[in-house]
Design a protein around this ligand. Structure first.
Ligand code: FAD
Length: 406
């Protein structure tokens, strides 16, 4: 399905980025327009090489998000559609369920707010439970109350992305890997996409470039705001013989001022139990190794006023995240609040991902999905979690934005 190099010289739509959103958007356009010529250009040697291939694998049900927001609407619709899609295609997805656990009285009000949002967002089956029932659902978890979401589940998003790519190929579209896009230039009534193998002329471009999504957008005349700031999410894994500590998904009550859901314990579709992810601002948009620093990425983060305002506002959180990055003991201690039996000796090193999180100039982390339009181009500017869950529904919105150019 993915063809190394060789993008076409001419087509109707170029999609930049073969993560789950680029592939879902290309697929959506191909299904809408018979005979349309679509090329997805991906700079890496394979699809799903960044965020899409490095998630917790959780199909979110839509509990957390502000009612009426894109995240709320598209997550609830997208998760329903994703389960249906997986069933049709024989992709293993499981409604394994999830607990959001309040560990003390101070978390009861935020838990009640999550419950209110969940009901307003029409999350199926969501209900509040007390201590005894927490133990029935997750025998090793503890708390004063919890929300139980039976519609939350797990899947391998890289497998879903590959399936979107096959659907695209079946409609005549193509994916060219090893094809970094360097610039987009207006060329009369078309747009010229410059890449490693030359240029492709198209009627429209959709950029779904994840951690690099601000660069092409700004070069096309989109607003400089928001800037992408990379947040590294590191995981630990449970030793196979300790996986019985977690049946499905156990989450904390998150900090309401941050768009991250907090460090959780998740049994993936492959049976592996991941702990995390942490959320540390880092010096490269691909800092899968903590020590990787890229001067351009670092300069862009440091020159953005929002980075300094964010750091000042969340000094204590930043300190805790740095501690968790440096110390496995501290990482485990955070999770022991709701799974007290967990020991440092139960864990092994795990994978890491980089969240492409948009940051506003005033230091606020942009909460909702953001899509901008420039001349003949649509740019996805903020698509963090739950964008993988929402991909089928978000792709419809992206395709709607591209329609006027087709
Ligand atoms: C640690 C972590 C855990 C997460 N857990 C979940 C979860 O459990 N559930 C959930 O719903 N979501 C989760 N997410 C969020 C989810 O991964 C993202 O929302 C989603 O993958 C975004 O997809 P994307 O296609 O926009 O980005 P990506 O998958 O990052 O794809 C962008 C692609 O664009 C390519 N690209 C960039 N610039 C160029 C260029 N100039 N030319 C060519 N190609 C280019 C990149 O190489 C990349 O392949 C998680 C994210 C992280 C980091």
């Amino acid at each position: 399905m993915a063809d190394p190099g060789h993008p076409p010289r001419e087509c109707d739509v170029v999609v930049v980025g073969a993560g789950i959103l680029g592939l879902a958007s290309a697929r959506e356009l191909a299904l809408r327009h018979d005979g349309i010529r679509i090329a997805v250009l991906e700079r890496e040697g394979s699809i799903a090489a960044h965020q899409t291939g490095r998630t917790s694998g959780v199909i979110h049900a839509g509990i957390y998000y502000r009612p009426g927001s894109l995240k709320a609407r598209l997550c609830v619709a997208g998760s329903r559609e994703l389960y249906e899609y997986c069933e049709e295609r024989g992709i293993h997805a499981e409604r394994s369920g999830k607990l959001i656990v309040a560990t003390d009285e101070t978390e009861l009000d935020p838990l009640a707010e999550l419950e209110r949002r969940g009901h307003e967002n029409e999350v199926p089956g969501l209900r509040r439970i007390e201590t005894a029932e927490i133990r029935e659902i997750e025998p090793h978890a503890t708390g004063v109350a919890a929300l139980h979401s039976p519609a939350t589940g797990v899947v391998d998003f890289a497998e879903v992305a590959a399936s979107f790519g096959r659907d695209l190929a079946a409609s005549g579209g193509s994916v060219a890997t090893g094809s970094p896009v360097g610039a987009l230039e207006q060329a009369g009534n078309a747009i010229s996409v410059r890449h490693a193998c030359g240029a492709t002329r198209a009627r429209a471009v959709v950029t779904c470039a994840g951690a690099w999504s601000d660069r092409l957008a700004v070069a096309c005349g989109a607003p400089a705001e928001p800037r992408i700031v990379p947040f590294r999410g590191a995981y630990l894994r449970l030793r196979p013989e300790r996986r019985d500590l977690v049946r499905a998904n156990i989450y904390p009550v998150p900090d309401p001022d941050l768009p991250f859901l907090g460090m959780h314990l998740t049994r993936g579709i492959d049976g592996e139990v991941l702990l995390g992810p942490s959320a540390l601002m880092v010096g490269a948009r691909d800092a899968y190794r903590l020590t990787r620093v890229r001067p351009r990425d670092l300069a862009e983060t440091l020159s953005w006023p929002g980075s300094w305002k964010l750091a000042a506002r969340f000094r204590r959180t930043a300190w805790r995240e740095a501690r968790n990055a440096a110390s496995r003991r501290s990482f485990v201690e955070d999770l022991r609040r709701f799974v007290p039996e967990l020991q440092v000796s139960d864990v092994l090193p795990g994978p890491a991902g980089i969240r492409a999180q948009a940051l506003a100039r005033d230091g606020s982390l942009v909460d909702d999905f953001v899509v901008h339009r420039t001349e003949r181009a649509v740019h996805v500017r903020n698509a963090p979690s739950p964008a993988a869950t929402s991909s089928l529904a978000l792709a419809r919105l992206i395709a709607d934005e591209a329609e006027p150019f087709l």
